[in-house]
Design a protein around this ligand. Structure first.
Ligand code: SF4
Ligand code: SF4
Length: 189
């Protein structure tokens, strides 16, 4: 069974989106973005998607080979509007920031495991999220390459990510602090 745990653990280990970008643009050649550019690119992407949302059930049906997205067109459109609204509250901006490494990456300090609560999937509003037993969720497009290009390819990468969705599975471990002793303290010890 595909699970969010697999999705997220794999992504945490690999940082797939970042890896793909690294291959396209080695870090020393990678274009950077300031806050204003990130903001406008985010608004542009959201605007394009909102204008094309009526055709998205068909596009998603073709990309993910799921005829139910088209057969249940009205329901799909409603869910996609909810998905788009949730995306506009930060995830698209986060994705751009992650790609261009303008966001703090603390993944090497994060430990834990996923409980499949679905919180990080747009607070359980992702179009592709499917409920399973015991109040848990799984990703309905786990095997898709497109998913690996998304935010799901690198979550959580920071304490902000963990807090934003109140993730019950992962915690940020602070680095052990090494204090430098004063001369007086060194003489005593
Ligand atoms: S919020 Fe945390 S525990 Fe819940 S699905 Fe996401 S990674 Fe798993
Ligand atoms: S595509 Fe949706 S359901 Fe799948 S991991 Fe990403 S946010 Fe969760």
């Amino acid at each position: 069974m595909n699970s969010l745990k697999s999705v997220i653990l794999a992504s945490q280990l690999n940082g797939i989106s970042a890896e793909i970008l690294t291959q396209i643009h080695p870090s020393n050649q990678r274009p950077t973005m300031n806050e204003t550019q990130v903001k406008y690119l985010t608004q542009f992407i959201l605007l394009i998607v909102s204008r094309l949302i009526w055709v998205m059930p068909l596009v998603m049906g073709i990309i993910f080979l799921k005829s139910k997205f088209v057969i249940n067109y009205k329901d799909s459109l409603k869910k996609l509007r909810t998905h788009h609204s949730a995306l506009s509250k930060g995830p698209v901006k986060r994705y751009i920031e992650s790609l261009y490494k303008t966001r703090l990456n603390q993944s090497n300090q994060i430990t834990g495991s996923c409980t499949q609560c679905g919180n990080c999937c747009l607070n359980q509003q992702c179009f592709f999220l499917e409920p399973i037993e015991d109040g848990k969720f799984q990703c309905g497009v786990y095997n898709s390459l497109f998913r690996k290009f998304s935010n799901c390819g690198a979550f959580p990468i920071s304490n902000e990510d963990i807090q934003r969705y109140e993730c019950p599975g992962y915690v940020l471990q602070a680095y052990p602090m090494i204090k430098i002793k004063s001369l007086k303290q060194r003489e005593i010890s």
